[in-house]
Design a protein around this ligand. Structure first.
Ligand code: GH3
Ligand code: MG
Ligand code: MG
Ligand code: MG
Length: 301
């Protein structure tokens, strides 16, 4: 069904085993299939596996299909996953309600395998195209790391998410030392190449799945580190600083003779509450400035 790509992931949700089985037969040959028999389980599996499509029953004992669909759409992680209702309720009111909840399509039971497969194929294709576009929209053209737009969106999400869970959120601002002089000595093209190399170096530093490295602007990068206390963020930043220094990229305009970075680190947690994401950025920026003042090629927190 996916045509040469990785097999699409489909989540089937129905409280009756016989219905699940019928759907399973439609998809098992072409797709990686996950099955849930309740709304709660459906939400868990959707977050865990991020399927390309959800086929969703309406009438279920705990959460009904409309509630499940609304919750999927309310979660930024799962909001872009298309949902098709598969239901015994054929009336227009049910269909309108399903589409209002954010579903892309509505299929009546008993199902016709070819129709279900064809409609699913269309939605999976659209989903893959929009995934691709979303990816490009979020990538910095020069370095290939996430761009400022991605950082702005994810940092808001992580600010709220970590605050709700009373978990720490750390942020490290990375700035290349004497970079204007680098361009002046070696030219702007060499400067661009250097930023690319730095993007690679920073991205290759040991990082956890939830961490985000983004190009923040010009010759500045930012690391967003959810669930990471200040000490952890400082240790990681120090590791990245050392990695860049060890690459020994020649820098004739720097007293260090090689390309180095300075890093400002800040953290919001129970001990150090901050009023806003802007305040966290400001704190990291102040420390970055201190790292510069204290001689560059260092981490300040
Ligand atoms: P400091 O150690 O204090 O950070 O000195 P600096 O020269 O790096 O700081 P400053 O902010 O004065 O200069 C940053 C320079 O980075 C300005 C510009 O020449 C260069 N720069 C910013 N973005 C790019 C880019 O995309 N490509 C290239 N080649 N250079 C860039
Ligand atoms: Mg049912
Ligand atoms: Mg700068
Ligand atoms: Mg700089």
């Amino acid at each position: 069904m996916g045509g040469g790509q990785e097999r699409p992931k489909v989540l089937l949700v129905d409280d009756q085993a016989v219905n699940l089985q019928a759907l399973h037969q439609v998809f098992q040959a072409d797709c990686q299939v996950f099955a849930a028999t309740s709304g709660v389980q459906a939400l868990q599996l959707a977050s865990a596996h991020l399927p390309d499509l959800v086929l969703l029953d309406v009438v279920m004992p705990d959460l009904d299909g409309y509630q499940v669909c609304a919750q999927l759409k309310a979660n930024p992680l799962t909001a872009h996953i298309p949902v098709i209702f598969v239901t015994g309720n054929r009336d227009e009111e049910s269909e309108a309600k399903g589409l209002d909840a954010g579903a892309v399509d509505f299929i009546s039971k008993p199902i016709n395998a070819r129709i279900v497969r064809a409609r699913a194929r269309t939605q999976i294709l659209l989903k893959r195209q929009s995934d691709l576009l979303r990816q490009w929209v979020y990538v910095d053209g020069l370095t290939g790391v996430a761009n400022r737009r991605r950082f702005d969106e994810l940092s808001r999400i992580e600010w709220d998410r970590t605050q709700r869970r009373r978990a720490p959120l750390s942020l490290a601002l990375v700035d290349v030392d004497w970079f204007k002089a680098y361009n002046d000595h070696l030219g702007h093209q060499a400067g661009d190449d250097c930023l690319q190399a730095l993007g690679d170096a920073l991205a290759s530093g040991a990082r956890r799945a939830g961490d985000l490295l983004a190009r923040y602007g010009g010759e500045e990068f930012v690391l967003l580190l959810p669930d990471t206390p200040l000490e952890g963020a400082v240790a990681l930043s120090e590791q990245l600083r050392a990695t860049v220094e060890a690459r020994a990229l020649p820098h004739p305009g720097s007293p260090m003779g090689r390309v180095t970075i300075s890093v400002g680190v800040a953290c919001r947690d129970a001990d150090a509450p901050l009023p806003s994401l802007e305040a966290l950025l400001q704190a990291a920026d102040t420390r970055l400035y201190a790292a510069k003042r204290e001689g560059r090629n260092r981490v300040a927190a």
